[in-house]
Design a protein around this ligand. Structure first.
Ligand SMILES: [Ca+2]
Length: 261
């Protein structure tokens, strides 16, 4: 039997070790999550908004969208389909809540690709988007995890094992009500559940990709991973709804939801 020369063997083992190390590292900034979704995933929902809305109420957007806040203010139009764009203008004051628009999703690993822009119609425009599961007990309103795009930064948040976990929420709420500092241990715990990356909002169109893969959530903008965070709640097995929370104004041109697993 021919033996493998020891130098070749050593090189081979070193390259295997290097590959393994690369596998366990966080994903690279060059990672293309839109391609990952297209290549490994199944498209479970697509809306290009090429139609007119039907009134102002919860199902006015059509194509399976639902609004948790529209029926509170039936006289106000919060979702206007115009030229293939969903133009959201929340009546947050009148409705007592940011516009909450959601659609069935249904995946463990996967995500959404959204073309959006801030139209510059109101001050401090922001957009929160993420995943909800109202069928799992122990999570306030089923809020699992979100990305929030605000004028100065983008935040990724695990709410399932963070602020919306019922036990944590119950402990935290009295401090919020009294406008007091949180106890150090609770504050430290909650800090592990989110990450904020500085970002300067503008009024251009952007392609946003928000995915969860195991315990990691990643947000990409215009083809580049912009923020990523690992936290147990991101691995929730059923992202049942995809949802937008809009405090003021935002325009959405296209939404795709993909299931990888
Ligand atoms: Ca469109």
């Amino acid at each position: 039997m021919k033996t493998i020369p020891s130098l070749v063997l050593a090189l081979l083992l070193t390259s295997i070790a290097a590959l393994r190390a690369a596998d366990s590292k966080p994903t690279e900034p060059s990672r293309d999550d839109a391609s990952w979704l297209r290549e490994k995933g199944k498209l479970i929902f697509h809306d290009a908004f090429e139609r007119e809305e039907d009134g102002n109420l919860a199902k006015a957007i059509g194509n399976g969208w639902n609004s948790a806040t529209a029926d509170r203010v039936p006289q106000i139009k919060m979702a206007d389909l115009d030229g293939g764009i969903l133009k959201i203008a929340s009546a947050s004051k009148e409705a007592g809540h940011s516009a909450h628009i959601h659609h069935e999703a249904g995946f463990s690993d996967g995500g959404a690709v959204v073309r959006f822009k801030f139209p510059g119609l109101t001050k401090s425009e922001s957009l929160q988007l993420g995943f909800v599961d109202r069928e799992t007990p122990g999570i306030h309103a089923g809020h699992l995890c979100y990305a929030n795009l605000a004028p100065g930064g983008i935040t990724l948040m695990d709410w399932k094992t963070g602020v919306m976990n019922l036990e944590i929420r119950q402990r935290r709420q009295p401090y919020l009500d009294r406008k007091e500092k949180l106890p150090a241990d609770l504050d430290a715990l909650l800090k592990t559940k989110q990450i904020t990356v500085p970002w300067k909002a503008d009024t251009d169109w952007h392609e946003l990709v928000l995915v969860t893969e195991g315990e990691e959530m990643r947000l990409s903008l215009d083809g580049k991973v912009f923020a990523r965070h690992r936290s147990a709640g991101f691995a929730h097995p059923m992202k049942r709804w995809f949802s937008f929370l809009v405090p003021s104004t935002v325009w959405i041109d296209d939404v795709k939801v993909w299931k990888v697993k």
